[in-house]
Design a protein around this ligand. Structure first.
Ligand code: KG4
Ligand code: ZN
Length: 355
């Protein structure tokens, strides 16, 4: 079964064709990230307008591998190799979501194919079920039950996965998400919109302190018994450190590297501690992580070192950050076709699946 999946929840426009929930036939992504740089944050209106510019070329590019090179756009869309259309309906920015949702509804309407609405955050974890022979050279075999951490720009959530389609939400972000903390810290340290990857690179250049400056940042909620997360205090602590360094004229490459290192340690310490605690509490067989922050090499390293009796699953970095292939995987394993007239964008779609 081939699913055409569409993802437009934020500043990426993505489409993919996924076969039987696991095989990525094609995956295309465009991003408006660079256009937002000068504003110091993603502008929702601009993101929506860029979604409009990108959506048709991106869908066309995702469909191309299924047809002859000379196929017209209408032949691509009506290709009988597509069995269903999946689309992210939330959570996300309303303007961005609407572009993908309306495009998907139009294709479903025109082709008569079923339309499957998808929750973006829940879908992230299904990147762990993609077999990516070109990258990982293996088919993932997840043993259940599993603990699943989703750490993205707007969400830090822990789930118990009893089977491939049976999820229970255990806890999540009370305020800023882990990715948001990376992003805000990156801006404070002068890395603009480059976010977590810039912090990772800067932290990687950290050497043993060559100055007396040795920042110690908080690990919020690390000793609390819940599976909730809170990173806004950590961001405020970085803001205070940056102001102090600036007032002492000490904000330089070395102190920036030291702060980047400590921020990355603080965030990953909390993520690893809570994930392992959940794994022990629920006596699971596997741990899986996903979302943009799962691309972080330090997080991957710490979990690999601490995994103990659990089997660890982490998608390749390019499948942790936003793309449409896991939207197609989720739709296959857990999605339910809906009547297209009833499908609508839901910016604050909840991820809190009860027991
Ligand atoms: O899942 P994602 O692509 O988009 C959302 O659904 O939000 O996640 C984006 C987040 C951003 O906060 C970005 O800074 C973070 O993932 N991120 C990273 C890394 N790569 C992306 N954070 C830490 N280390 C990385 N290597
Ligand atoms: Zn995402």
């Amino acid at each position: 079964m081939n699913i055409l999946a569409i993802e437009t929840s934020f500043d990426e426009t993505a489409a993919a064709v996924v076969k039987d929930g696991t095989e990525v036939v094609s995956s295309t992504i465009a991003t408006s990230k660079d256009f937002h740089d000068k504003y110091g944050g993603v502008l929702p209106d601009l993101a929506a307008r860029k979604q409009l510019d990108f959506i048709l070329p991106v869908i066309t590019a995702a469909l191309k591998p299924l047809s002859s090179p000379t196929a017209t756009n209408s032949e691509l869309l009506s290709s009988n190799q597509i069995d269903a259309i999946a689309v992210t309906i939330g959570p996300g920015l309303i303007g961005s979501l609407l572009i993908g949702v309306e495009a998907a509804k139009t294709i479903a309407y025109a082709t008569g194919r079923p339309l499957i609405p998808v929750n973006h955050v829940l879908a992230h974890m299904y990147a762990n079920f993609l077999s990516l022979p070109q990258i990982t050279n293996h088919k993932p075999m997840v043993n259940f039950p599993a603990i699943s951490l989703v750490a993205s720009g707007a969400h830090t959530e822990l789930f118990l996965m009893k089977s491939i389609n049976n999820l229970v939400w255990l806890g999540g972000s009370l305020d800023d998400a882990a990715g948001e903390c990376f992003d805000k810290t990156a801006r404070l340290l002068g890395f603009g919109m480059r976010g977590g990857i810039a912090i990772q690179e800067s932290a990687g250049n950290y050497k043993l302190p060559v100055t007396d400056y040795k920042p110690t940042l908080p690990r919020p909620l690390i000793r609390d018994n819940s599976f909730n997360f809170s990173f806004s205090g950590l961001k405020t602590a970085v803001l205070r450190e940056v102001s102090k360094l600036k007032s002492q004229q000490q904000l330089n490459n070395i102190t920036i590297q030291q702060l980047s290192y400590e921020v990355q340690e603080a965030i990953t310490d909390v993520l690893v501690k809570k994930t392992l605690e959940a794994a022990q509490t629920y006596d699971v067989k596997s741990i899986m992580i996903s979302g943009g922050v799962a691309a972080n090499t330090r997080l991957r390293q710490k979990l690999a070192a601490a995994k103990g009796q659990f089997k660890l699953h982490i998608p390749p970095p390019a499948f942790c950050t936003d793309n449409a292939s896991y939207i197609g995987a989720y739709a296959y394993f857990r999605g339910k076709p809906a009547i297209w007239q009833e499908v609508t964008a839901i910016p604050d779609l909840s991820v809190e699946i009860p027991e």
